[in-house]
Design a protein around this ligand. Structure first.
Ligand SMILES: Cc1cc2nc3c(=O)[nH]c(=O)nc-3n(C[C@H](O)[C@H](O)[C@H](O)COP(=O)(O)OP(=O)(O)OC[C@H]3O[C@@H](n4cnc5c(N)ncnc54)[C@H](O)[C@@H]3O)c2cc1C
Length: 336
């Protein structure tokens, strides 16, 4: 394909310019006619992942899965979206919905990440409310969120409490963390709290100690696990279509047993990930999920997702590093 002069290029599509070269992007469907890019049409589910997934779900959960899938395929694909929970749904329903589309709490601080229970941000009781002082880091979408849930140490009880801080609260600043290469769909921010007043009614009731943080983290760990399941499913579907369309040595790549073996390994991973994620949702619904269940599920499921995405990257050859074919996009989520 011929590259036009820069004047003609200006007429093309400024939004499609590469952020590195400032040249317009080629139309991938023309430049690479043997496989459909994810940017033009996201592949439908290639199979039920050999697990009869719907058979694990209630009819309500099946309906939400179908609805979210339709919306995700049409409206969101290939963007990997952040979930905000689904009030009124069972945890399985919320998890499955998240898996079909792919959190704003401020816990982490510059000096306290893994060691979050030692956090330094303070909440001091004053007449009619609380004064928050401190700093948070990595807070997802904090730069434009209407509300932030800030975890801070109560200066009287020394316990960790949660407070809702509104977007334009005086003394609150959120600055976007630049130069991030992974999970670019989420704007992570540095949040500064200087003498921020929070009225009594905006203290989160029932959030009395770090134990309540652990409960919240457990649910978000389970949701992250399901995000990984959804991402792995999308990668499998993308690779399945690609191998059927792309021909080498006179035949679609899908006929070669080494590519089939990789697809089978991906499918087996997805099947096991769904079962592990579903089981922990059921434990939650029965009131039996522990922090250990959620942590192990997240660690194991995300590890299988990494493996699945790495296999997907191999299957796409050169296009495995092109965001036009989806897999490269999710590599940055799992390997950064
Ligand atoms: C994309 C993204 C989104 C995020 N979103 C949010 C958000 O919305 N809200 C929020 O509050 N935070 C958020 N975080 C922050 C996240 O929770 C922290 O990054 C995480 O808790 C780790 O803290 P840290 O980065 O300070 O790493 P550190 O705690 O400095 O850890 C660095 C390394 O040391 C290891 N390590 C730490 N302690 C030990 C130990 N005792 N033994 C062995 N190894 C250890 C860790 O495993 C890690 O590999 C986000 C982070 C990312 C990358």
């Amino acid at each position: 394909m011929t590259i036009n002069s820069s004047e003609q290029q200006d007429g093309v599509n400024k939004s499609a310019r590469s952020s590195y070269s400032n040249l317009p992007a080629l139309d991938v469907s023309l430049a690479f006619p043997q496989a459909t890019p994810a940017t033009s049409k996201f592949p439908p589910c290639a199979s039920d992942y050999y697990i009869n997934f719907d058979g694990l779900l209630t009819s309500e959960e099946q309906a939400i899965r179908k609805k979210v899938r339709e919306c995700a395929e049409k409206e969101l694909a290939p963007i990997v979206a952040e979930g905000y929970g689904c009030p009124g749904l069972s945890i399985t329903g919320a998890a499955v919905a998240l898996a079909e589309i792919a959190r704003v709490d401020a816990l982490t601080e510059p000096d306290y990440g893994s060691d979050a229970s030692a956090l330094r941000t303070t909440a001091t009781k004053v007449e009619g409310g609380w004064i928050l002082e401190g700093q948070k880091r990595w807070v997802g979408n904090s730069t434009f969120a209407d509300l932030l849930v800030i975890l801070a140490r109560n200066t009287t009880t020394k316990q960790i409490n949660a407070f809702i801080v509104k977007k334009h609260a005086p003394g609150l600043t959120a600055t976007k963390i630049e130069n991030k290469i992974g999970l670019r769909i989420v704007q992570n921010g540095d949040v500064l709290l200087k003498n921020v007043f929070v009225p009594d009614e905006d203290r989160v009731p029932g959030f009395k100690s770090f134990q309540d943080t652990i409960t919240t983290l457990s649910i978000s760990r389970l949701m992250v696990a399901w995000q990984s399941i959804g991402i792995a499913m999308g990668v499998y579907d993308m690779c399945h279509r690609y191998l059927m369309e792309r021909k080498q040595f006179g035949a679609p790549l899908a006929v070669f047993q080494i590519t089939q073996q990789k697809l089978v390994q991906m499918l087996g991973n997805i099947q096991a990930m769904i079962l592990a994620g579903w089981r922990v949702c059921k434990l939650y619904e029965d009131g039996k999920m522990t922090a250990g269940h959620a942590s192990l599920a997240k660690a194991w499921i995300t590890s299988r997702a990494r493996e699945t995405v790495a296999l997907g990257r191999e299957l796409l050859g050169g296009n495995g590093i092109s965001t036009d074919f989806h897999v490269a996009k999710v590599i940055t989520i799992f390997f950064t």
